[in-house]
Design a protein around this ligand. Structure first.
Ligand code: AGP
Length: 611
């Protein structure tokens, strides 16, 4: 999704802006641009490219731009196709320039009004209306900051913006509503960025804007104003570098590195959160025991992979704690008038902490009668982690690949810990908790063992390269894992894939099964195994080709149309976590064979900051 970076200082900023942009690449984008102010006359030099940040770097190497203040952008097209004229920064008469992340929902009306007043648009974007609106207020005699504040009041939708004017040299005005934007405080320089990571090389001191606030930056100071123009005092926060290195560490792709990091990320998320025999309740906040004791129902929301984690959690929470639990797609929840059971806990899941739909779901929950709002996230400075009543870190480490892997398995671990603490408040037997906790201690080694399936998945992947459709089946907690396996395959290899509960097969999807249709089954040894085996017979009877992930001794018989992949045996509660890994490996290797853009698949983004 679009990324913003800006810098104003006493030294040249081109390299700073390019470094910031390269740190935002993981979010997904299709074009990039930069505008730097010539501080002696206030004029802007702008370069925009369709494609990668590296192309911008190459162009600027040939013809560098000097200047000590500028803004830059990576664009993920929403309104108007990826093209140079639709790329940011947008500019008006060479005097005003803008970068924007988000969507202006009333842009058509605004554009019509501005056009009627004589404004001329150069792009098809919604963003360009902002620069026109602000320019009109400047023409009316306002300074840049005041014009931006007035302009904002006309905008509907979500935005993070950075603007510069030739009249106010060395000044950046930044504002946000519903989209992420952070301010970095440096020495003789100040910065704006879409996240802390983008500014990580320049500072560890940050200011966080609230919605509808505006910041005015120059090389010496940052001043924040609220929507009415009153100055706001905001404490600087130190965000320490957690040693997350943004490199591939010898792997071909970030995704491959992140798949292989899972033993370590799971070890990290467990650290200090389990003793030898039980889960530490304070993991979920000081008031956790009190809140969980009062909790009579849960609503868990998330998007994509985070939603699948919510679905697994629903099985765990209802099974272990016997507490009713709803798992919802955030974009549905936010517009649904959901009935709210008494004493409900609202839990949001989000790797980025900036998914617009999940934030909107939290905002809705904050207006309803929830007992408490909680978030499990991977970015401690994110909106969801900051704005929920309590927040628990996944500790997955930075996840760069657009396709989520280690964030999914770590959030599953945290959700299981939550289910166990909740279960304890409902009298769950200590011996059973001990048994699961003992199994959790061995989980990282189990994951290491499953990663040993890498070569097997590499070879198996060849059989999928020419397939147009793949069906993934599972039951119980493995039904969401089947959906997650299908999502990984879609995202990475652009192969159509569906995840289904195996029991639903005969209610429709069986019609798709023929010799050309691979069917991947997630079938660990548990109380549903016999049921899954019967469902798979239905596939065999129609000539479907089966790939069964199962553990030793499950009596699946390999044959020309049945491939068995043995997964190390694990406590039944933990199997959804373990069975995720081979499906990640399979999707990854199919994508390698197909030669797709694995870390940044087409059309999708890491941090989905627009609705
Ligand atoms: C996962 O592989 C996807 N890229 C996507 O579904 C993602 O999980 C979703 O956009 C939610 O993101 P979040 O966890 O950052 O909120």
């Amino acid at each position: 999704m679009c990324g913003i970076v800006g810098a104003t200082g006493t030294a040249a900023v081109q390299a700073t802006l390019l470094e910031g942009l390269s740190r935002l690449e993981y979010r997904g984008y299709d074009s990039a641009g930069i505008a730097i102010q010539n501080t002696s006359n206030g004029a802007f030099n702008r370069v925009r490219v369709v494609g990668k940040v590296q192309q911008l770097v190459d162009q600027l190497e040939q013809k560098p731009i000097s200047g000590s203040a500028g803004i830059a952008h990576t664009r993920w097209a929403t309104h108007g196709k990826p093209s140079e004229r639709n790329s940011h920064p947008h500019m008006l008469d060479g005097r005003l320039t803008l970068v924007h992340n988000g969507i202006i929902e009333n842009f058509l009306e605004l554009r019509a009004d501005i056009t009627a007043r004589g404004g001329r648009f150069e792009s098809d974007t919604d963003s360009e209306v902002i620069v026109h609106l602000v320019a009109e207020f400047i023409h009316g005699g306002m300074n840049l900051a005041e014009a931006v504040r007035r302009g904002m009041s006309k905008l509907e939708g979500a935005f993070a913006i950075g603007l510069m004017s030739s009249a106010e040299r060395g000044q950046i005005v930044a504002a946000k509503r519903g989209c992420p934007l952070v301010i970095g405080i440096g020495k003789n320089a100040n910065f704006i960025g879409s996240d802390v990571l983008s500014l990580r090389s320049f500072t560890d001191r940050f200011l966080f804007l609230e919605d509808d606030e505006l910041a005015v930056l120059d090389s010496e100071q940052v001043t924040i104003f609220d929507g009415d123009g009153n100055q706001v005092d905001r404490a600087t926060e130190i965000v320490l570098d957690q040693g997350d290195r943004i490199d591939k560490g010898g792997y071909r792709h970030f995704m491959e590195k992140e798949i292989h990091a899972q033993p370590e990320s799971i070890r990290n998320t467990l650290e200090g959160r389990i003793t030898s025999s039980e889960v530490v309740a304070q993991t979920f906040g000081i008031e956790a025991v009190d809140v969980l004791e009062k909790t009579e129902a849960l609503t868990i929301v998330g998007c994509g992979t985070s939603f699948y984690a919510a679905l697994v959690a629903r099985y765990w929470i209802e099974d272990l704690a016997r507490v009713p639990c709803d798992a919802e797609i955030a974009s549905e929840f936010r517009y649904r008038n959901a009935a709210l059971p008494k004493n409900s806990l609202f839990l949001s899941l989000s790797q980025s902490g900036e998914s617009a739909d999940t934030i909107a779901a939290l905002r809705l929950a904050q207006t309803r009668d929830y007992l408490h709002t909680m978030n499990i996230g991977n970015v401690t400075t994110s909106t969801l982690m900051r704005d929920s009543d309590s927040a628990i870190a996944m500790r997955a480490g930075v996840e760069v690949s657009v396709a989520s892997t280690k964030a999914f398995t770590t959030v599953l671990v945290d959700l299981l810990l939550l289910a166990l603490v909740l279960a304890r408040t409902r009298g769950f037997p200590g011996e059973e908790e001990r048994e699961i906790v003992r199994a959790l201690h061995t989980l990282p080694e189990k994951i290491e063992q499953v990663l040993g399936l890498k070569e097997r998945m590499q070879t198996l992947a060849e059989e999928f390269v020419t397939k147009k459709h793949v069906l993934f089946l599972g039951r119980g907690t493995h039904y969401p894992i089947a959906m997650e396996g299908a999502l990984k395959l879609k995202e990475l290899s652009y192969t159509h894939a569906e995840g289904y509960p195996a029991g639903e097969l005969k209610h429709g999807p069986l019609a798709l099964v023929d010799r050309k249709m691979p069917v991947v089954a997630v079938a660990p040894s548990n109380e549903l195994l016999r049921k899954v085996q019967s469902n798979l017979q239905e596939v065999r009877a129609r000539g479907g080709k089966l790939y069964v992930f199962t553990d030793e001794g499950t009596e699946f018989v390999p044959g020309p149309d049945v491939t068995i992949i043995e997964v190390p045996e694990v406590h039944r509660v933990l199997s959804p976590i373990v069975y995720t890994i081979p499906l990640q490996l399979l999707a990854y290797h199919i994508a390698v064979h197909k030669g797709t853009d694995i870390d940044q698949p087409r059309n999708i983004a890491k941090s989905v900051t627009v609705e």
